[in-house]
Design a protein. Sequence first.
Length: 189
Amino acid sequence: MTHDHSVGTYPRFMPAERPAIPVELRRRLLVEAGHRCAIPTCRQTPVEFEHIEEWAKVQEHSFDNMIVLCPTCHARKGDRPGQIDRKSLRQYKANLATVNGRYGDLEQRLIWLYANALRRYPDDIGTMFNLPLGSAIQVLFLIQDGLLKQADPAPNEAYLWVHFTEAGRDFVERWSSALPLDEVTFAED
Ligand SMILES: [Zn+2]
C-alpha cells in the first residue's frame, strides 16, 4: 500500500450514497405515465426513472421532480437544440396527469395515434378511426369534451367511425408538443 498524500489518496468528502427509489414512488410514477414512456409521441417500454432536475443537484427522489422515460428519450434529454429540456419534461408531466386522469385506454390510444398522424400531416382534421361497434362508451369523455365526433355520414355501418374535431386537434397538438393544457375546459360529469 502506498501513502502518496500529494495525489489525495483519501477524498475529503465521501460522495453521497444514492438511495434506491422507494417502491411506492416508482408505482406512482409508472401509473402517472400509464407504464409507458412519458413523451406523448413515443410511449415505448421499457422505461427508466428520471430526475427532471438532475440527481446531482437535488439529491432526493421526489414525485414532482421525476418522470419515466424510455432509454431512447432518456438519451435525448438535455439543453441543446433538438434535445428534450427540463421545461418540456415538466410540461409533459403536467399534461400526462390531465390526460391519464380523465381519459381511458382507448381514448389515450386514439390521442396517441392522432398525435402521430399530425406529425406527418399537420393540418389534418379528417383522419377517421374505425372502432368496434359498441365502443362508444369507451370514447365518451372525448366526445363529451367536444374533442372527438362520430363521423356523419359514416363510410359504413360495420364500425363506429370517429374523427377529431378542430378543438381535438388543438388539444392533441398541445399535448404532444408540451404546451400547457391549462386552458382546456372539461365537461362537467
Ligand atoms: Zn420514449
